[in-house]
Design a protein around this ligand. Structure first.
Ligand code: ADP
Ligand code: MG
Length: 570
């Protein structure tokens, strides 16, 4: 009889797991601990894939990239207070980047937290999370878990995607209720991210701008990549005949060697275009806010802006033709109006861009083919560029300063959503989380090109890579420091300069420590061989690529963002 009664009950643990599974969410990125250790265990027992990390920030970055790659919210599971705060950085980053993710954190007893009586890991997590995400919810009763998870999923993926916080007090997890009632309380979310069809008048306005343009330009952003509208985007670009620029994570949406890519003539294209179509790309700092020197004469351009978020319009410059809707629906509407005999842009515009492209590509080739010893960024990137050309299925993860800027410019991408990087914030330390999620979610091999400093923020996760035997090859561009490894302490004291690391660090031994493969490369040939072998074998590998410590520049391409003291000489 007691046995029967037990069978007829369910509890918070099981309801959370059942609610996630019911909504086709099958992966959890977590760091175990009180009070969620058993939640992870039970989720694994119930057939979910639970990937345990060494630090919550990286579990969170992984969840956000899982969301970006799949259009389903990535789940990060953490303990209370400090674990929650570690995960919160990733939640804020996800929200900033418009990646759908749910941070689920266990929390302490409400009664004690609210009276501030000093509980184990006491913190008012809901209040702290709220300004850093799209929505924040707390569930107090087992019968509300289904609704709570449904709301979290819908908030994360509908409209502009983003981060959601879900607070689960420890007490909730063990709460029991009738199993059948529990089952009925779960919600399968129907049409979580409905299409958003643009207003027909807005479509006409956009078509008018395009018809009147002599030097049109398309800019593809990571919102376009996220939309998974790859065929429609390609159709729009090719039917319109308009040259395009991919933002960093939109590279590969169309192959970078596409004849209409203006990537190698970026500054000319931005400066001289007279009409710009933004597709899932914001006019934030990454595009100089749509104004200033890089955008040519003030008032010389008309803007068409396609975005799912109405409030993005006019955020930095006036938008002549705001087109609010999802990328696919907006482009379908434009294509329907363009018809079959659309006038492609004048040849003097496309020809001018083509010439500039050729010149720049030739200049780049000279730098790539140099035989420098030690390697500099260009000569180290040359073999990796060929590898991605041979293996377009490989997902490229990339972070650093010079390592980021130069990899982005040099390595062509050939497939959508195959380049994952530092995103809107330009944050360091996303590399290992992104690499792990990319491998877990897609099963594809991953090549992570990391500055030595960027790697330092997340390096311990190489153990996670080894533990799950993921096909990840990490290449560290090791120039002994942040930007460069050659600075000296200006005071003459015995401490090294603030931007310098232990010279000739043997990072590859970190991978060997956990059973992975380590390699040391001082020439482009050695680097080529080590990476090809890693991708071939699928074994966790870390290649320490030794770069000239003098090769970097301060802050890479964004040195102008460094405030300068007027009182000291550089
Ligand atoms: P990038 O950094 O590549 O320029 P951003 O992150 O700045 O890209 O911009 C992405 C934009 O895409 C955001 O403004 C977001 O609202 C928008 N977006 C995301 N998903 C969609 C979608 N399915 N349809 C339309 N816009 C989208
Ligand atoms: Mg460095």
């Amino acid at each position: 009889e007691g046995q029967d009664a037990l069978h007829a009950l369910t509890d918070g643990f099981h309801l959370i797991i059942d609610a996630l599974k019911l909504n086709d969410i099958n992966n959890i990125y977590n760091v175990p601990g009180i009070p969620i250790t058993d939640l992870g265990r039970l989720a694994q027992a119930e057939g979910m894939r639970v990937i345990s990390f060494r630090h919550e920030q990286h579990a969170g970055y992984a969840a956000s990239i899982a969301g970006y790659l799949t259009k389903k919210p990535g789940i990060c599971l953490t303990v209370s207070a400090p674990g929650f705060l570690n995960g919160l950085t990733a939640l804020a980053n996800a929200t900033t980047n418009c990646f759908p993710m749910i941070l689920i954190s266990g929390s302490s007893e409400r009664e004690i937290v609210d009276l501030q009586q000093g509980d184990y890991e006491e913190m008012d997590q809901l209040a702290i999370a709220r300004p850093h995400c799209k929505a924040a919810y707390r569930v107090l009763h087992a019968e509300d878990i289904g609704i709570g998870i449904a709301r979290a999923i819908r908030a994360a993926v509908s409209g502009r995607p983003g981060g959601v916080y879900l607070d689960l007090p420890a007490k909730l997890l063990a709460q029991t209720m009738d199993a059948e009632e529990g089952r009925r309380s779960l919600v399968k979310v129907i049409d979580a991210a409905p299409r958003q069809i643009p207003e027909p008048k807005a479509v006409e306005r956009a078509i008018d701008v395009l018809r009147g343009a002599k030097r049109p330009l398309i800019i593809l952003g990571k919102g376009a990549a996220y939309a998974q509208a790859d065929a429609t985007i390609r159709n729009f670009v090719e039917t319109s005949g308009i040259p395009y620029l991919p933002m960093s994570m939109a590279k590969g949406l169309l192959p970078d060697d596409h004849p209409q890519s203006a990537g190698a003539a970026r500054s000319l294209a931005l400066k001289e275009a007279d009409a710009v179509v933004l597709i899932g790309a914001r006019l934030n700092w990454l595009l100089s806010h749509g104004k200033g020197k890089s955008w040519g004469q003030p008032g010389s351009k008309k803007f068409v802006h396609i975005d799912i978020e109405p409030r993005e319009m006019d955020s930095n410059v006036p938008i002549d033709a705001p087109l609010v809707g999802d990328v696919e629906s907006c482009l379908e509407a434009l294509l329907a109006q363009m018809g079959s005999n659309w006038q492609t842009p004048p040849a003097d515009w496309t020809g001018k861009l083509g010439e500039r492209k050729e010149t720049n590509i030739a200049k780049m080739a000279t730098k790539l083919n140099k035989n420098s010893a030690p390697m500099d960024f260009h000569t180290a990137l040359a073999p990796l560029r060929r590898i991605i050309k041979d293996r377009p299925d490989v997902i490229l993860v990339n972070e650093g300063a010079n390592t980021l800027d130069l990899t982005r410019g040099i390595i062509d991408m050939y497939a959508p959503r195959h380049r994952l990087d530092v995103g809107t914030w330009g944050v360091m330390g996303v590399g290992m989380g992104s690499a792990i999620a990319a491998a877990v979610e897609t099963g594809k091999p991953v090549l992570a090109i990391e500055g030595d400093s960027a790697f330092g923020f997340c390096g311990m996760e190489v153990e996670t890579i080894c533990r799950y035997n993921l096909p990840v090859c990490v290449v560290i561009f090791n120039n002994n420091g942040i930007y460069r490894g050659t600075d000296i302490n200006p005071s003459g004291g015995s401490d090294v300069a603030t931007t310098v690391f232990v010279p000739d660090s043997r990072y590859e031994m970190m991978m060997e420590a956990f059973g992975g493969v380590g390699a040391y490369a001082t020439t482009p040939d050695e680097l080529d061989q080590a990476v090809r072998q890693a991708l071939e074998s699928g074994k966790p590998t870390l290649v320490n690529a030794v770069i000239d410590p003098a090769a970097g520049t301060e802050s890479g391409n964004i040195g102008s963002l460094n405030p300068q003291s007027a009182l000291t000489k550089k």
